[in-house]
Design a protein around this ligand. Structure first.
Ligand code: KDG
Ligand code: MG
Length: 403
């Protein structure tokens, strides 16, 4: 058996913070898993170092399922983003090792390729509708077949998804949370105007997406969904907070705009009612925040029998390790929908050498054994951790709101 002899957590900040778990077997084979939880990085690092790693040493690296069950059922305190990100890191590192030992790219172990490549969506954003459309035109020229549109809202100094850097996006912009201001009344009429302008400029042969980032009530989301219908959006994301999964019944009754939810979910239980009742069209759970490949297989399986497709989260705060693992999953999973692809900076990319490549609006995970992503430890050590928090939102009268 390939015995686990070493495991360590590497925290690095090549432009932004990433937490990576590296597991090594007695034969010297190693695997890596992403454990980054934006703004809570050190909590996961401590969970791994203090509570998980001591229990891994000496185990058989091939027993991925048993180790997953040990860390989930055996912990008594189940679920939650910190626990599930730590489990995900172990799971992905072990799948990486298993595939390397087999001499195969990971997607072959999952069941082989179901498609030639993985359609991704990029992010067009700007302070005004005109700027966002210019960005979207540039994305289309780069070959993207799917583009997310976010624009500034007149009367609000800043809003979610509108960034200074065009290809990258970093909302964790200060050591302590920045306070933003929100107004749903100002936002709601802006988005249909954006989509109308986008369809005029881009035509019909490109998918258009939008993220409401948990800011609407169900009836407001229903209104927005109806208003967007003439422009045939690919999806409306995170229309309302999903702690109350039944909220989506109301949205569903009113609009045919497809709904995507789940980037903040960390287990199948967060999505069960949404999927069972076919209240959503795309499930956005990620490898890193929802228990790794082993758990996403269960979520995707439940989704498949309920006509829900995958549309995994792929923001800059999910490391290249997570992206690599997600691409292997996407290439295999039968009910694939789309993959989010927010690019990493060149500084991040060199710390995480990777086999995946972009061409014609799609990514391919490559043919390297394992998931094809590694970490350059010597380079990583040059970028020490820097505290960074996600913003908070307040309404114009000061009431604390969802960000
Ligand atoms: O860390 C938070 C980001 O990952 C999130 O705000 C990005 O909503 C997001 C998206 O759809 O990529
Ligand atoms: Mg989102």
């Amino acid at each position: 058996m390939p015995k686990i002899t070493d495991a360590k957590v590497i925290v690095t900040c090549p432009g932004r913070n990433f937490v990576t778990l590296k597991i090594t077997t007695e034969d010297g084979v190693h695997g890596v898993g992403d454990a980054t939880l934006n703004g809570r990085e050190l909590a996961v690092a401590s969970y791994l170092t203090d509570h998980v790693i001591p229990t891994l040493i000496g185990r058989d690296a091939h027993q991925i399922e048993d180790i997953w069950q040990f860390l989930y059922r055996g912990a008594y305190w189940r679920r939650g983003p910190v626990t599930m990100s730590a489990i995900a890191a172990v799971d992905v590192a072990l799948w990486d090792i298993k595939a390397k030992l087999a001499g195969l790219p990971l997607y072959q172990l999952l069941g082989g390729a179901s498609r030639s490549d993985v359609m991704v969506y990029g992010h067009a954003n700007g302070a005004t509708i005109e700027q966002t459309i210019d960005e979207a035109v540039a994305y289309k020229a780069m070959g993207y077949k799917a583009i997310r549109l976010q624009t500034g809202v007149p009367g609000l100094p800043s809003t979610y998804g509108v960034s200074k850097d065009k290809l990258f996006y970093e909302p964790a912009d200060a050591a302590l949370p920045t306070e933003n201001v929100w107004s749903t009344a100002k936002y709601l009429p802006t988005v249909p105007k954006l989509f109308e302008a986008a369809r005029k400029a881009l035509g019909d042969d490109v998918h258009l997406l939008h993220d409401a980032h948990h800011r609407l009530t169900p009836i407001e989301a229903a209104r927005l969904g109806k208003d967007l219908e003439p422009y045939r959006p690919f999806w409306l994301e995170d229309a309302t907070p999903a702690e109350n999964q039944a909220s989506f019944r109301l949205i569903r009754q009113h609009t045919t705009t497809p709904l995507a939810v789940g980037e903040v979910f960390n287990s199948i239980w967060d999505a069960k009612q949404l999927i069972d009742e076919q209240l959503i069209d795309y499930i956005r759970t990620t490898i890193v925040h929802a228990g790794g490949i082993s758990h996403l297989k269960r979520i995707a399986g439940l989704a498949e029998i309920n006509n829900v497709k995958t549309g995994f989260h792929g923001a800059t705060d999910l490391s290249p390790v997570c992206m690599g693992a997600a691409l292997h999953f996407d290439l295999w999973v039968p009910n694939f929908g789309i993959q989010e692809y927010m690019r990493h900076t060149a500084q991040t990319d060199v710390v995480f050498p990777h086999a995946y490549t972009f061409k014609d609006g799609a990514l391919h995970p490559g043919e390297a054994p394992g998931h094809g992503v590694d970490i350059d430890e010597a380079l990583a050590a040059k970028y020490p951790y820097r505290p960074a928090s996600l913003p908070v939102n307040r309404l114009e009268d000061g009431t604390l709101f969802n960000w």
